[in-house]
Ligand binder design. Sequence first.
Ligand SMILES: Nc1c(C(=O)O)ncn1[C@@H]1O[C@H](COP(=O)(O)O)[C@@H](O)[C@H]1O
Length: 165
Amino acid sequence: MKKVAIIMGSDSDFPVVSKAVSKLKEFGVEYEVHVMSAHRTPDAAIKFSADAKKNGFGVIIAAAGMAAHLAGVLAAKTTLPVIGIPCKSAQLDGMDALLATVMMPTGIPVATVAVDGAANAAILAVEMLALSDDSLAEKLENMKADMEKGVAEKDKAMQAKVAEL
Ligand SMILES: Nc1c(C(=O)O)ncn1[C@@H]1O[C@H](COP(=O)(O)O)[C@@H](O)[C@H]1O
């Protein structure tokens, strides 16, 4: 199975990124996690992305806050799918990172999840790998079935609550 690369612009993004790591772990997907920055370590970031395919990666997840150019720069150097996680910062509540990550020019897409949406980034990466891996696809089906069951239980509990009013 191909690996997932999770790159974050700073170690300060780890509280968000850790949710993607946990999710990949749940699915038994192999991953590497690195701190690299298009701003602070541009050569390393570009090299990582250029070599990612030959190094066994199938998807790159890039998490960054503020002027979040990281996902776009990684996407510029690979044909692997790149998923961007815009991280919330103190000043603009993540709107800065959201727009910088999502508003990519034609030809260099970044599949952008919600602000701090790290779990969804991991699930999307798993969905991509599951296109050629039936056991992963089955795990995704199970996840959805569990979710459905959970909501049905909540609905039932809600009916009881409302009846008590
Ligand atoms: N947006 C980027 C990039 C990049 O896009 O390459 N490199 C770091 N950063 C972001 O800067 C914020 C503050 O970083 P520090 O906490 O290290 O000062 C982080 O959210 C990081 O992702």
